[in-house]
Design a protein around this ligand. Structure first.
Ligand SMILES: *[C@@H]1O[C@H](CO)[C@@H](O)[C@H](O)[C@H]1NC(C)=O
Ligand SMILES: *[C@@H]1O[C@H](CO)[C@@H](O)[C@H](O)[C@H]1NC(C)=O
Ligand SMILES: *[C@@H]1O[C@H](CO)[C@@H](O)[C@H](O)[C@H]1NC(C)=O
Ligand SMILES: *[C@@H]1O[C@H](CO)[C@@H](O)[C@H](O)[C@H]1NC(C)=O
Ligand SMILES: *[C@@H]1O[C@H](CO)[C@@H](O)[C@H](O)[C@H]1NC(C)=O
Length: 341
């Protein structure tokens, strides 16, 4: 057990410790939350590992995957069933409407249940305290649930590795508190909505992945507006000019535009100097690699293979980190005047 130096602990924390140690164990969870959980269980076609969720067990705060915080309030704040190993077979069926009947829920994770399918229930918008929603690696389908943007506190939304189809709805630009959005590996198509600039009103920096879809059209200039921390657009059919995304003063650390059909001239670009990962391979990028790239002190992942680049690779502390396999199959890239790739 860690030794606490009590002199360093602020008084309010001491009071908190006192209550954590002194309060009696909660007798039971909130009756309404318990009833909702039993209906949620009944709403699936099978019950997965929910054997502890049963009529003879009063305290739902002790049920598998359920958490109440603070414990003595007896309100369910977290429901977490990540089917990591697939051992119990996972859940099957649609997401039950009663998921919306846990008003104190802030964390909802139902991940890797390949037999969970269908659309998301509209009742999720009742979860006004929800901040973390992870429904990745299921078989959810239909249009993206535009209504999730009505959840004011939503911080993290992970819908990756599902079967969502159709367009990215304009509502997805209006999350008030979003920090992380992954729509990776779905069947999304159409263009990136120009309203994406509205995401700049969210908490920043923003981390977004739209990779491995069938998104097409030109990159809208508005995509340059939000304060990105991470922007992953790889493996789509994007065209046009990505230069609005660049700029030396931007905070972005991870940019992946690889495997698209982007067509622009790199010569005049100032790369964001905080970039750690920059992958642009498999596009139609022309021009030459700017000398400024050697200012990207933290750049350790880099690839510009399979483009139309030409000219000298600017020798310097950053570019010297990368061997020829990071520059393959361009038009006329050279290490020096008499050493071209
Ligand atoms: C009901 O849940 C409790 C734990 O919450 C467990 O000990 C008990 O075995 C369960 N009963 C059945 C019938 O599954
Ligand atoms: C999902 O479950 C499968 C087994 O069904 C397992 O092999 C895989 O690692 C799991 N993946 C994730 C992301 O949890
Ligand atoms: C984007 O924000 C503007 C200004 O706040 C607002 O008028 C507009 O409706 C928003 N766009 C969408 C698609 O909601
Ligand atoms: C890109 O578009 C072509 C046809 O225009 C299509 O065959 C291909 O599947 C698309 N690829 C992706 C990743 O969307
Ligand atoms: C860079 O991307 C190309 C594909 O365009 C790939 O062949 C090459 O192995 C990659 N280089 C590195 C170092 O990953």
């Amino acid at each position: 057990m860690a030794i606490l130096n009590l002199q360093l602990v602020p008084i309010p924390l001491l009071v908190l410790f006192y209550f954590l140690l002194a309060s009696p164990p909660a007798l039971a969870c909130d009756a309404g939350d318990r009833a909702a959980l039993l209906k949620i269980k009944a709403g699936f076609l099978n019950t997965g590992k929910f054997t502890s969720w049963n009529e003879s067990s009063a305290d739902c705060c002790a049920w598998d995957g359920v958490m109440c915080y603070p414990l003595d309030a007896g309100r369910v704040t977290s429901l977490n069933y990540h089917n990591i190993d697939g051992a119990s077979g996972g859940l099957s069926g649609r997401l039950p409407d009663e998921l919306g009947d846990l008003p104190f829920l802030s964390n909802l994770v139902l991940q890797n249940h390949s037999n969970v399918y269908g659309v998301l229930p509209l009742t999720l918008t009742r979860l006004t305290r929800l901040s973390f929603l992870n429904l990745a690696h299921n078989s959810l389908s239909g249009a993206l649930p535009f209504f999730l943007s009505q959840i004011p506190s939503l911080n993290v939304l992970d819908l990756s590795f599902n079967k969502f189809t159709g367009l990215i709805p304009p509502e997805f630009s209006n999350f008030p508190a979003l920090e992380y959005l992954s729509l990776e590996d779905n069947h999304l198509e159409g263009v990136i909505p120009s309203t994406i600039g509205n995401l700049s009103k969210s908490v920043s920096p923003l981390h977004v992945s739209l990779s491995h879809n069938m998104i097409s059209g030109d990159i809208p200039a508005e995509l340059g507006v939000p304060n990105w921390g991470m922007l992953i657009l790889s493996h789509n059919n994007l065209t046009g000019d990505a230069t609005p995304l660049f700029g030396a003063n931007k905070a972005i650390t991870y940019m992946d535009l690889s495997f698209n059909k982007l067509k622009f001239d790199m010569t005049e670009i100032d790369f964001p100097v905080k970039l750690e990962k920059l992958t642009l391979q498999n596009n139609m990028i022309s021009g030459s690699i700017p000398v400024q790239i050697n200012q990207l002190r933290d750049l350790y992942t880099f690839n510009v293979s399979d483009n139309q680049l030409c000219g000298l690779i600017p020798a310097g502390p950053v570019m010297n980190r990368f061997d020829d396999t990071h520059f393959l199959r361009n038009k006329c890239l050279c290490r020096s005047k008499d050493k071209c790739l």
